[in-house]
Design a protein around this ligand. Structure first.
Ligand SMILES: *[C@@H]1O[C@H](CO)[C@@H](O)[C@H](O)[C@H]1NC(C)=O
Length: 171
């Protein structure tokens, strides 16, 4: 009985240690998919979405046309998305989100999608930027400029994620 009580007591303590998530907390998936034009990658993405249940998905290096990307979004169960088409065999961005969010586009380019996010019913806005560092390392200072400019125009809580590896490794 004592052992049972002790167990119960410890279980209660460890339960109360876990902080509850704040209202509007969510999973977000960020992936540089290196081309979504093949079944293997789409299937891998589908598995990630099924297992992690992200409310927002940001993809870079999609290397897809707008129409292909939109049909991928629908297949994954997202009815809303912003697509930046890839201009040649590289690049391409996509942001998709669930219906319970209101996402408004501030600005998008080949290197970023900048948005404001609101969980419907929760009075709290925050900013999400999906970033894709310029693959041409010679021009990577443009990417740094872009980041600085984005940061300078910010008043909301801000999450900026994406592919920074190219601009971090450039000399
Ligand atoms: C997002 O994904 C990119 C590319 O897969 C990765 O480089 C980056 O570290 C990830 N995380 C964040 C927080 O940006």
């Amino acid at each position: 009985m004592l052992a049972f009580c002790l167990f119960f007591f410890i279980a209660e303590i460890s339960r109360s240690w876990r902080c509850p998530a704040p209202p509007g907390a969510m999973n977000l998936l960020n992936w540089s998919c290196q081309g979504l034009g093949n079944l293997w990658t789409i299937e891998a993405l589908w598995c990630l979405v099924c297992n992690e249940d992200p409310k927002i998905v940001f993809l870079c290096e999609t290397r897809c046309s707008k129409s292909v990307m939109e049909s991928v979004c629908l297949k994954l169960g997202f009815r809303q998305c912003i697509v930046v088409e890839s201009n040649d065999a590289s690049g391409g961005l996509c942001l998709m989100w669930i219906d319970e969010l209101a996402v408004s586009l501030r600005y998008a380019s080949n290197n970023h999608i900048d948005t404001e996010v609101e969980v419907l019913g929760v009075q709290r806005r925050w900013r999400f930027t999906g970033f894709y560092g310029c693959p041409d390392t010679v021009e990577c200072y443009h990417s740094w400029d872009l980041l600085i400019r984005l940061g300078a125009t910010n008043l909301l809580p801000w999450l900026c994620c994406g592919d920074f590896s190219k601009i971090l490794t450039a000399e």
